[in-house]
Structure formats: C-alpha cells, structure tokens
Design a protein around this ligand. Structure first.
Ligand code: PEP
Ligand code: MG
Length: 552
C-alpha cells in the first residue's frame, strides 16, 4: 500500500502507465542508416506515427481530438520532410536532421506568432515521436495508449494535464505536487480520481495493476480484479449523489449561489451553463501558458467571448493573468527570482508590465460588451488596499462595472474590510492562502499535510473575511480547491461565505449537499469549528454532523 494525498475523490482500478521522461535523442549513441536508407526509415517512422495518432484521434473528443489532428497535419507537412531530407543529403545523422528541422520550424513558428506560436509544443511533441519511432523507443510525454490506464508521473505540467483524455485516464498518481498544485486542479476539473505526493511511487512499474482511492489517498498494489470491483461498488454506495443541473437551494428553498471554475480550452468548451449560476473563477493564464509571445487583444477577445456567450444573463468572474511562480510566462521577461512564490506574481506583474494587464482588461471589456454575460474581473495576489484601488481604477477605466480582488495573502485577510471599501467583492483563494498562511509551498509533497484546509488557522482567516463581507454588505466567495469537498463546502457556508466556485466535476455533489441542509444548520456546525484545533478531529466532527443532516 502506498500513501499520498487524495485530491479528487473516487476509486479506480487499472494498470499503471508511466509518463515517459524527455530525452535528448541526439545524445543517444545509436548507429543509424545514412543516405537513402535514412530517408526510408524516416518515411516509415512518420507513417507509423501518423497511423498511431489517427487511431488515437478516433477514440478522442473535444480539445484532445483537435490537438491530435493538428499534430497529424504537422507530421504530414512536406516542408518538414524536405528539411530533414536536405540534411540527410548533407550527411547529417538522421536524429540530428530531425532535431535541426524541428528547431528551424520552432524559430519560424515563434516568429510568425499567433496560432503558429501556439503550435510549438505540438511540433516538439511530433518530432519527438518521430525520433522515438526511428530508434524504437516510447515517445516522451503522456503514454500512448488506446486502452484505459492509470497515469503515473513524477510530476505533471499543467499543459500535459490539459491534454489528458478522461476517457482513457482512469486515475492519476503523482510523486510530487500538493493538494492545490495546478495538475491537481485540472485533474479535479476532469473528475479523474487523483492522488498526489505519493511516497515510493517509483517502486510501481509499468503494467502493474493498482487500486487508487482518491478519498483516502491510498494506492493498493496487488489487488485482484474481483476484490477491486467489490471495493469500487461498495465505495459508490456511500458517496453523495449528484444533482447536476438547476438552481441551488437550501432545504428551506432559499437560494445559494454556486459557481464553477473554468480555465482550459476544454473546460470552456465543456462547461454547461445550466449546471451552475455562473463562473466564479475564469483562470485566464491557461491561454498564455506555452506561449512565447503575448496573445493579441483580438485573440484574447475570441477566447473570452467563447465562454461569455455561453453565460448569457449570468455572472462570469474573469481573473486577470496569474503568472509567475509555478506558472512562468517567458514573454513577460520577468527576472529570475530566488523565491518566486514570494516574488513578482499575480497582480504584481503590473509593476513592470502594466501594459499586459491593460491589454487584457481591454480584451475582457470588448468581449463582455459583445455578450449578454454579466462580466466582472478580479485580480490575483493582492496584498494591499492601494493595489486594490489601482486595479479597480484600471478595470473601471476600461468600462468594467464590477471589480473585485482575490484574498490569497494573509495581509489581505487582515485588511478585508478596507479592501471591500474600495472594491465590489472578494474571492478567497484557499490554495494560495493556505500556502502563505502556513508558509508551506503548495507544490511540495513533504508539506502537503501542512496545506490541509481543515487547519483551524485557515478557517479563522475565512471567518474574518466573511465577517468583513457582512459588515460591508459585499460578496465573499471561495474559489480555492478546498471548497470542492462537500463537507468543507458545508463549513464554508456555515462560516458565512456568500458564494462558492468549484470545478465542474464537484458542482452536482455540492448542490445535493446544500439541498438537504438549511443555512442555520450549517452555521450551527461551523460555530464549533473555529475552536477545534486538531484538523483530523475537526474533519471527523464536521463529516459526522453533516452526514447526520444528509441521512435524515
Ligand atoms: C487559489 O489560490 O486558491 C486560487 C483559486 O488560485 P490558483 O489556484 O489559480 O492560484
Ligand atoms: Mg491562487
């Protein structure tokens, strides 16, 4: 049995497939054919890569399908073949010929910008696949499998997770990371059972069958299929059922605002507006990740507009770009920092690149004006009242009516009332707030337990912010990952937050929990919570109290 931190609930059983680490093919000391034989080998390898991708694309949908189809086009591109063949004619070894052609096209794509620049990672992936096929190795990156599997990785980049196909990935197990790392956030939005910070995961080899429990964070090795099936069906009987659509109300029919978190292109495409009251957190940095140049105002407008048009008449809270720390964006030209989590990230980027945020606000305002959605903006990583006032002035300057900030830094908790004095609402980002409150890196597997949201210090901080909202008569939302747990969400509502925003996979369970309780009952449970200093004791207490309310 291996142990980690469960970040998305659910049980899954299947064979492990490891993410293949990246290799520099040029450094492999392998004797390969030259001249015409090298060209034939290249053509054969490209053909096999195309066959594989086409088969994969038939079993995929949405974003993943589009990405795979674009890769097939790159593989078929005669210009790539011509460049490789020209190098072979100059007696350059085949793997170098492929790498050089890839490099040349990369430079060209970056220079062309726009959609071409976005294709750089696809180009790299395709040329890696061709090189891997040439030498008979597994290509780096996500495993190539058309059979469902349990994805194991040392770590996952947000971009890797964004292209995962939930139809083939049964569960995700990661050696690194913490409960609020970005891979965990995306995995949660896909609803795939996920365990991070798994100790000794490297002992589990490819092909070994494991039973993953995203609730307890355990991974059992050596379970047979019959036992796994029994455990899974037993687990399903105890889970809270989901109410996927419609308004969210308490047992006395009073309404509660339940919103969704959206970020990746796939989430934009797949979110269903009837499943929620709107979008409480639109993480816009996903448009910028993997970009070597800034998206233009027009590109941004199209991207945001796609989401806005789905939410006619509903709230969409757009968070301005949250770059820096675990989400580095090369085009911002930020200096390397010793301590990036405490460095120039989030709204702090405005100190040196205010122009980038101004252009983003312009695009949001333009896309908002073209849609019937009620578009608001909020800034991440706000520490002071003056930063809040600066952001409000910038956003209102672009004609955006409702402007808020995120509470992710302890200083913002302590000044919540004053922040609400200059902006329209706040949204608590418990992922970062926990990181900065407990001084524990959200990406660190060793510190995963320190970032446990059930720690009373975090709850007291949330209570302070909700109280400030009541005093100022302004909205206080929670959009951090902790809210995706229905028991924790119950506590948040009891502490007085006015809305909750979670990944779309969690909305139905939260709605179902809220429907069976009254706000007063949740307040009663929460009133004891801020004095329970042991997180395990607190969790057991809240789970017990809420389960009793649910089983009436
Ligand atoms: C948070 O910090 O809780 C949050 C919602 O923002 P992100 O996870 O994108 O940093
Ligand atoms: Mg954050």
């Amino acid at each position: 049995m291996l142990h980690g931190v469960g970040v998305q609930s659910g049980l899954s059983f299947g064979a492990v497939r490891w993410m293949t680490p990246s290799i520099d093919f040029r450094e492999l000391n392998i004797e390969l054919p030259i001249h015409q034989e090298a060209k034939d080998l290249y053509d054969r390898s490209v053909g096999l890569v195309i066959d594989f991708l086409e088969k994969l694309s038939q079993n995929s949908a949405g974003n993943s399908k589009a990405i795979i189809e674009a890769q097939v086009q790159i593989a078929k591109d005669p210009a790539l073949r011509k460049k490789v063949f020209a190098s072979i004619d100059r007696e350059i070894p085949l793997l170098d010929a492929i790498a050089n052609a890839s490099e040349d096209f990369k430079v060209l794509f970056v220079r062309l910008g726009g959609l071409y620049a976005e294709r750089v990672s696809d180009l790299e992936d395709i040329t890696n696949r061709i090189s891997a096929m040439v030498v008979g190795l597994e290509p780096p990156g996500l495993p190539s499998s058309d059979r469902p599997y349990i994805l194991a990785a040392d770590d996952l980049a947000p971009a890797d997770t964004a292209t995962l196909d939930p139809k083939t990935v049964l569960a995700i197990v990661i050696a690194k990371g913490g409960p609020t790392c970005h891979a965990a956030i995306i995995a949660r939005s896909l609803g795939i059972p996920t365990v991070v910070a798994v100790a000794n995961l490297d002992k589990v080899t490819n092909g070994v069958a494991v039973l993953v429990d995203g609730d307890t964070g355990s991974i059992r090795v050596g379970v047979d299929e019959v036992e796994a099936a029994e455990t899974i069906s037993k687990g399903e009987r105890f889970s809270i059922e989901s109410i996927p659509f419609g308004p969210t109300h308490f047992s006395d029919q009073r309404l509660f605002q339940l919103l969704v978190n959206v970020g990746t292109k796939r989430e934009i495409e797949e979110v269903i507006s009837q499943s929620c009251d709107g979008v409480g957190l639109f993480r816009t940095e996903f448009l910028y990740l993997n970009r070597s140049n800034e998206p233009t105002v027009d590109e941004q407008k199209i991207y945001y507009g796609e989401l806005f048009e789905k939410f006619e008449g509903k709230t969409v809270v757009v968070r301005t770009i949250d770059a820096g720390a675990d989400k580095p964006l090369p085009f911002l030209g930020l200096a390397k920092e010793v301590n990036p989590a405490l460095g120039v990230r989030g709204f702090r980027v405005a100190t040196s690149r205010r122009d980038v945020i101004e252009r983003q606000l312009e695009a949001i305002a333009l896309a908002g004006a073209d849609s019937g959605a009620k578009v608001s903006v909020m800034a991440p990583m706000i520490s002071t009242v003056s930063e809040t006032a600066q952001f409000v002035e910038m956003a209102k300057g672009h004609g955006i009516a409702r402007v808020g900030v995120m509470v992710e830094v302890p200083a913002a908790v302590l000044c919540a009332e004053e922040l609400l004095g200059v902006c329209d609402f706040v949204s608590i980002g418990t992922n970062d707030l926990a990181q900065y409150l407990f001084a524990s890196d959200r990406e660190s597997p060793q510190l995963a337990r320190l970032n446990d949201p059930w720690n009373v210090a975090l709850l007291r901080a949330i209570k302070m912010v909700s109280d400030a909202g009541l005093t100022m008569n302004k909205g206080v939302s929670v959009c951090g990952e902790a809210a995706a747990d229905p028991f924790f969400a119950a506590l948040l509502i009891g502490l007085g937050v006015s809305s909750i925003s979670v990944g779309s996979a969690s909305v139905g369970k939260l709605r179902s929990m809220i429907a069976r309780c009254s706000r007063e009952e949740l307040q009663r449970v929460a009133s004891f919570s801020t004095s329970l200093v042991n997180p395990v004791e607190l969790k057991v207490f809240v789970q017990g109290e809420i389960s009793r309310l649910l089983s009436r």
